[in-house]
Design a protein around this ligand. Structure first.
Ligand code: PNS
Length: 167
């Protein structure tokens, strides 16, 4: 059985289009269980994102500044291959409700089959964040709803600019 590495590196992967307070809550929890956390944005040509990968990374960097052990990066190809290249032994994923579980379980088991040495850890965001998703935040703002408290303030500004043309 492999011993626990002296310096644990975790990857928190996702689309982050854009980062929400739910993601941020998970990062705050994740930094307590690893020595270094890499927040990794998937470069996915097939999805039509609202923000480019570079914009998403910029927003992430802005809001994780307070954590010295968090790095923001992007990846393409298989997540487990990226994790391995970066020396990570853990993949961190958030579970909001039971509806997230099935898809997450499938991904975690596939990732384990591909690289058994990498573990997936599921964490729950605080209850106050358990209903937030990037998709819903974008829908609410598009339809004129209030998203205060659902995303970090600099992200709210960017969302309003992009979706409502606000200055
Ligand atoms: O924020 P999301 O969109 O739920 O994140 C999904 C993500 C990026 C974790 C997932 O799509 C992923 O890991 N993609 C990389 C490709 C890959 O490794 N596929 C096989 C995993 S089962």
């Amino acid at each position: 059985m492999a011993a626990k590495p002296a310096h644990t590196i975790g990857i928190y992967p996702g689309s982050f289009d854009p980062i929400t307070n739910g993601h941020l809550d998970l990062i705050a929890r994740g930094v307590k269980v690893v020595d270094r956390l890499i927040v990794a944005v998937l470069r996915n040509e097939s999805k039509q994102p609202l923000f480019s990968v570079e914009e998403r990374k910029e927003m992430l960097r802005e809001v994780v500044r307070e954590y010295p052990n968090v790095e923001v990066d992007s990846f393409d190809g298989l997540l487990v291959d990226y994790a391995s290249r970066r020396g990570a032994t853990l993949i961190l994923r958030g579970i909001r409700a039971i509806s997230d579980y099935e898809g997450e379980l499938q991904m975690a088991l596939m990732n384990r089959r591909l690289r058994p040495e990498i573990e997936t850890i599921f964490m729950m965001a605080g209850e106050a964040h358990s209903f937030i998703s990037s998709r819903l935040v974008k829908e609410v703002i598009r339809l004129g709803g209030d998203i205060t408290g659902l995303v970090p303030p600099p992200v709210e500004v960017r969302l309003k600019k992009r979706l409502l043309g606000a200055k």
